[in-house]
Design a protein around this ligand. Structure first.
Ligand code: ADP
Length: 428
């Protein structure tokens, strides 16, 4: 699917480029061709108009009168004094109405033999065409009131230059198209690869979510069947099974809650309503929620701000920020042994607030410190399930911090003692 999209993007870019290239060059070449053709005809007309037979011939011609073809004559179309006219090579062949050659003016006999010019003129008169091209010559046939004049203009140099230009356009255009092809392949990859990655992640997430949901559902179904098969008769066993089923349904509920939270956070995109919040209030919320569990494990939670006792304000969504800090503290309480200590601190650094939460537990192995923010990733799956973890807590934290334009990283305590450490940086 993505390979096809990449191909389509390359094909679209290349077709646009080829169309633009061919279209632009086509218009440029066509307009230059018609402009040159017009100029050539005007130059030939001016040359023909200036042409006069030597006196000896003129005396043989009938007196001036209306032209046999009724043509009122040419107006000078091109300035004969212009350099272009002066530098152009003309040949002229005057032919009597009976077909006798009266005069051949050939300024470059080395290029065209006079006999050839005479033959070409006769052919042109026979064809009846009044303008056109022969080899590199543009010609014009005109009636000079008593004889027919065929004038030629040599376009060899112009044609050669045009051909060279055309050849180079093809070569460089072709090379440019090849380069553009590779560029468009690169662009197509740049566009499609992130989509493919996110599609794969989404697919993986759906499959992981399916597995996670399946575990408690399978357990509950299994216990229901066992109870139906007679375990109900034994009150203690039945009670034990019901307790497990209740735990599993709480777990199911937690997974669904976390999935919904994640989905809401993803939908809200970059928009999150923020306001100035005293970080102390967030810590108070977290303590109110986690205090009981922590106390039951003999775990102490402390907060301090830097510089000492300053009130730290965040620009945040209070509900989301409490959830993020709460998830991290909840993990510390879940994964630390009894009697551990959790330290929350906040420090104002220029335009950012740095929040650090560290505990005195076993810490997170270095190789997993980046992965703990992935959805459903757990260092120890069994331990996480035992503690009621869904594997989504830190993914939610990561999302919330990102939505606030901040950064989060997991590491271990810096004082050399064991324990996990989470650092959050938020813009104020
Ligand atoms: P869970 O629901 O499993 O706790 P989380 O996303 O909250 O999922 O955390 C991911 C994993 O990171 C946990 O399963 C655990 O292995 C590890 N972890 C998180 N916090 C701590 C901590 N304070 N100490 C040790 N390990 C931790």
């Amino acid at each position: 699917m993505f390979r096809r999209s990449r191909r389509k993007i390359v094909a679209a870019i290349m077709s646009i480029l080829v169309l633009l290239w061919v279209g632009t060059l086509g218009v440029i070449y066509a307009s230059s061709y018609f402009e040159m053709k017009k100029q050539n005809e005007q130059m030939l007309q001016s040359h023909a108009q200036m042409y006069n037979l030597p006196n000896a011939f003129n005396q043989m011609m009938p007196p001036n009168g209306p032209r046999p073809d009724g043509n009122p004559g040419f107006k000078p179309g091109f300035d004969p004094e212009s350099p272009k006219f002066q530098l152009s090579t003309f040949y002229s062949v005057a032919v009597s109405y009976k077909g006798e050659i009266l005069e051949i003016k050939n300024d470059s006999p080395t290029v065209y033999a006079s006999d050839d010019l005479a033959q070409m003129a006769k052919d042109i008169i026979k064809d009846g065409k009044s303008t056109g091209t022969k080899d590199n010559l543009t010609f014009l046939k005109t009636d000079k009131n008593g004889y027919v004049l065929v004038v030629f203009m040599d376009n060899t140099v112009v044609n050669e230059s045009a051909w060279t230009l055309f050849r180079y356009t093809l070569i460089f255009g072709g090379v440019a198209l090849i380069l553009f092809f590779f560029l468009s392949v690169f662009l197509a990859r740049k566009i499609v690869n992130p989509l493919e990655e996110s599609y794969q992640k989404q697919k993986q997430f759906i499959s992981d979510a399916g597995h996670e949901l399946k575990t408690p559902v399978t357990a509950i179904t299994g216990f229901i069947e066992t109870l139906q098969d007679g375990a109900l008769n034994d009150k203690d066993t039945a009670q034990h099974f019901l307790d497990i089923m209740s735990q599993q349904s709480v777990r199911l509920n937690n997974i669904i809650d976390d999935l919904l939270t994640l989905s809401r956070l993803e939908q809200s995109g970059a928009k999150v309503e923020v306001q100035p919040v005293n970080f102390m209030d967030i810590v108070a919320d977290v303590l109110a929620e986690q205090g009981f569990l922590a106390q039951s494990k003999g775990i102490s939670i402390d907060y301090e701000s830097f510089p000492q006792d300053t009130v730290i304000y965040l620009t945040a969504n209070p509900g989301l920020m409490s959830q993020a800090i709460g998830n991290i503290v909840n993990n510390s309480v879940k994964y630390c042994p009894e009697g551990a200590h959790v330290q929350i601190s906040a420090n104002r650094e220029q335009s950012r607030v740095k929040i650090v939460i560290e505990d005195t537990g076993n810490g997170i192995p270095v190789e997993y410190q980046k992965r703990v923010f992935e959805r459903f990733f757990r260092v120890d799956k069994g331990r996480s399930r035992e503690t009621g973890g869904t594997g989504l807590g830190l993914a939610i934290v990561h999302h919330i911090v990102n939505l606030h334009g901040g950064k989060i990283k997991a590491c271990n305590r810096k004082d050399g003692k064991s324990g996990a450490r989470f650092e959050i940086e938020l813009p104020v």
